[in-house]
Every structure is written in C-alpha cells, then in structure tokens.
Design a protein around this ligand. Structure first.
Ligand SMILES: [Zn+2]
Length: 205
C-alpha cells in the first residue's frame, strides 16, 4: 500500500466538521435533490460554463451518484474506490474509476481516466466547458491535470486531508501563479464516498 492509497482513507466523523468553509460554494448550500434546476436559469451565482451545464441537466448530487457508482466497481480489481464523471451540457460524456492496480499504472487515477475519455469525446484537450465530478478530493497529479485541461469546474465529495490538492494540502485549483483556476465545490455526498473508502480498507485488514 503506498502513500496515495493510504491518503485515500479519510478520518470519519470529525472530518466533515473541519471542512473549510472557503471550499463551499453557493451551490453547495442551495443545491438539493428536489430543486428544479430549470426553474431559475438566471439566478446562478457562478458564470462558468460547467456551472451552467450542471444546472440545465444533471445537478451535482445526481452526477456524484454516478461517480459513486463508478467508484464501487474499483474494488472488483483490487483498486481503491474512487470514481469520476465528466459533465458537459448537463450530460455525462466520460467516466472512470481508479485502475492503478488493474493497469499497473501510477497515473490511472479516476480523474485522469475520465479526463482522457472526455478529451477523446470532445476532440480537444481544452475542457473548459466541462465539470469534473469525483468522489474524493483530487491529488496533486490530478489537480494539475485539471488545470492543464482548463477544466471549468470541479465538484468533489470527501476531503483527503493527507494528500488532497484542492484545499487540504495544496490549493492547486486556485493558485494565481498558475495560468488557470478551476472553480471548486466540495462536500457533495461526502459521507457516501467516505463510507466506500472506509469499508474498502476495513475489509483489507
Ligand atoms: Zn489523483
């Protein structure tokens, strides 16, 4: 077990309480499963293409449920359960889950695989019109890939206090020294993502 897998195991009960308020966005506070995204197209606090896309189709929670379903299949091949989907115009265009063990590839994180799929579908490396939704806070590599791909928006579930690079350890998605900033929403269905990870590591012991 290397550092990335260990880092994927978040503390449980006290973690949500320590979620930095600065990571939350208005959509975290207002989005609910019952809300009708079509009802207020002009009231969006965010103006990024990804944010708009999320409102006219899948909302953050619905997209996260698909990412969680991706994560659930990773343990089938011995991988830590992390899943991701890429959303544009309210639709999922690509998805992925952690396949590091399956592929013997240190870069085969869920986010990387989903970004590659999205780029192939869209025919461009520039993914500024997309939202990446992932169950766990991205690591430094994946956060760097989000910046490199010019991803418009990131939505993640559980914090990764050991290796998270979108607020926990590093702030790669909002570093003014870099040439692109990614809008970040965190904590979406975080408890479910944490439960997947906790159960995975508990079974391994
Ligand atoms: Zn990663």
């Amino acid at each position: 077990m290397d550092e990335a897998a260990e880092a994927n195991l978040p503390p449980t009960s006290n973690q949500k309480a320590s979620t930095p308020a600065s990571l939350a966005t208005v959509s975290d506070l207002t989005m609910s499963p019952e809300s009708s995204p079509e009802s207020s197209p002009e009231s969006s606090p965010g103006s990024s293409p990804g944010s708009r896309a999320a409102e006219i189709g899948l909302d953050d929670q619905a997209a996260m449920r698909l990412a969680l379903a991706e994560a659930e299949s990773a343990p089938d091949h011995g991988d830590v359960p992390v899943g991701a989907v890429v959303v544009t115009d309210g639709q999922v265009i690509a998805s992925g889950h952690n396949e590091r063990e399956r592929r013997n590839d240190p870069t085969a994180h869920a986010e990387i695989l989903a970004l590659r799929g999205a780029a192939a579908v869209l025919g461009t490396w520039r993914l500024d019109a997309t939202t990446l939704v992932v169950t766990l806070e991205p690591c430094a590599m994946c956060a760097g890939a989000l910046v490199a791909a010019r991803v418009g928006r990131l939505v993640f579930g559980a914090l990764d206090p050991k290796a998270g690079a979108c607020g926990s350890r590093y702030q790669i998605c909002a570093d003014p020294r870099l040439n692109h900033e990614v809008s970040v929403s965190s904590g979406v269905l975080a408890g479910e993502a944490e439960a997947l990870l906790t159960n995975f590591f508990a079974r391994r012991r």
